[in-house]
Design a protein around this ligand. Structure first.
Ligand SMILES: Nc1ncnc2c1ncn2[C@@H]1O[C@H](COP(=O)(O)OP(=O)(O)OP(=O)(O)O)[C@@H](O)[C@H]1O
Ligand SMILES: [Mg+2]
Length: 343
């Protein structure tokens, strides 16, 4: 049986039906990431699991126990928010030990736990500081430390790194990854960040409009998206999506696998852009984005804007006439309704 089980979870705020029936089974020790467009219900779902909002209908089971109507404080879950929500006048040590103090845990036990968490999170030298004397990344580590000392059954993270700048975000992401390896704690993590989702998750849950679109390992979602929505949501830049009728020479290369009213999907790395006109379909360069290691080449083919990604630098410039080739081994086919067809 799953460690955490969501059984047809629904949530309405008044007339607004926000979570429309979510079924999900999470194993002990799994790191689950929720992604989806803004407003799709990620935070709401997390808050329902945390017990911060009552569940309208459905059942929530944790470790064999029905917790659907158990108050938040008794669920044995810890939540880490985007806003660190630390007590500003308390030291790092006091912030981290607060919940244990409330629970009347013995002082020496508290000290052992806080010291251990501080060591794991590289916070030992900051224990006597107050939050305002810390950087954003350090504050977020204190918030995580506060969750760790409680040794909850499940960690819930709602975009914990989105207040941090890019470099700090990257570092803290790596720390969270290592921390998960060390603690093996069951975690649910909401993010808008593709890299966080791809690197941290054992499994990613793609949500849309209060429902799950697909659940799978990051690479399953990348390689075998169930539909157009997931195909275009996972991966940056998005998968190119071409109407079967728009570029006949592309459709001709699919060996009849693409229905006449369907869509052809090809990731940016599945397109090659050449200067010579012999191979491929004629197009025009619209824009070059040199990212350092990668180069994005925006081209227009038969009126369709496409993005190609290559590892090499390019001499091409906006306005250049080019030819565009498909890698036939990495194509995706969708029917008119957007469902994936067997490749
Ligand atoms: N307390 C509330 N009362 C009424 N509507 C709410 C309430 N909380 C959330 N909603 C609505 O539920 C929907 C989902 O909100 P939620 O915060 O879960 O989205 P999200 O996926 O976390 O988005 P974001 O990525 O922007 O954080 C939104 O339309 C929001 O307006
Ligand atoms: Mg949210």
């Amino acid at each position: 049986m799953a460690y955490l089980q969501l059984d047809n979870i629904q949530k309405s705020f008044g007339d607004a039906h926000i979570i429309k029936g979510v079924n999900l089974e999470i194993d002990k020790g799994e790191f689950i990431v929720f992604v989806g467009p803004s407003g799709c219900g990620k935070s709401t779902l997390l808050r329902l699991i945390a017990g911060l909002e009552p569940i309208t209908s459905g059942k929530l089971m944790l470790d064999g126990k029905d917790i659907t109507h158990i108050p938040s404080g008794k669920r044995d879950l810890a939540m880490v928010f985007q806003s660190y929500a630390l007590y500003p006048h308390m030291s790092v040590y006091d912030n981290m030990s607060f919940a244990l103090k409330l629970a009347n845990v013995a002082k020496d036990v508290i000290k052992t736990k806080v010291d251990h968490a501080a060591k794991t999170l590289n916070l030992t030298q900051y224990l006597t500081r107050t939050p305002k004397e810390l950087s954003g990344g350090q504050r977020q580590r204190v918030a995580i430390g506060r969750a760790i000392v409680r040794a909850p059954k499940v960690f819930l993270f709602d975009e914990p790194l989105s207040n941090l700048d890019a470099a700090l975000r990257g570092n803290t992401r790596v720390e969270i990854h290592k921390l998960h390896r060390a603690l093996g704690a069951t975690s649910i993590y909401v993010t808008h960040d593709q890299v966080e989702a791809m690197t941290l998750a054992d499994r990613v849950v793609v949500l849309r409009d209060g429902l799950i679109e697909q659940v799978g390992t990051p690479m399953e979602l990348y390689d075998r998206p169930a539909n157009q929505f997931v195909a275009q949501f996972i991966g940056m830049p998005s998968m190119n999506m071409v109407d079967a009728r728009a570029i006949p020479s592309f459709s001709a290369q699919t060996g009849g696998r693409l229905p006449g009213d369907g869509f052809l999907g090809v990731r940016p790395e599945g397109l090659r852009v050449h200067r010579d006109h012999d191979a491929g379909t004629p197009g025009k360069v619209e824009l070059i984005e040199a990212l350092g290691a990668d180069t994005l080449i925006h081209v227009e083919v038969g009126g369709v804007p496409l993005v190609a990604r290559q590892n090499e630098r390019t001499e091409l410039q906006a306005g250049d006439a080019v030819s565009v080739e498909l890698d036939p081994s990495v194509l995706h086919f969708f029917n008119r309704e957007g469902r994936t067809l067997a490749a």
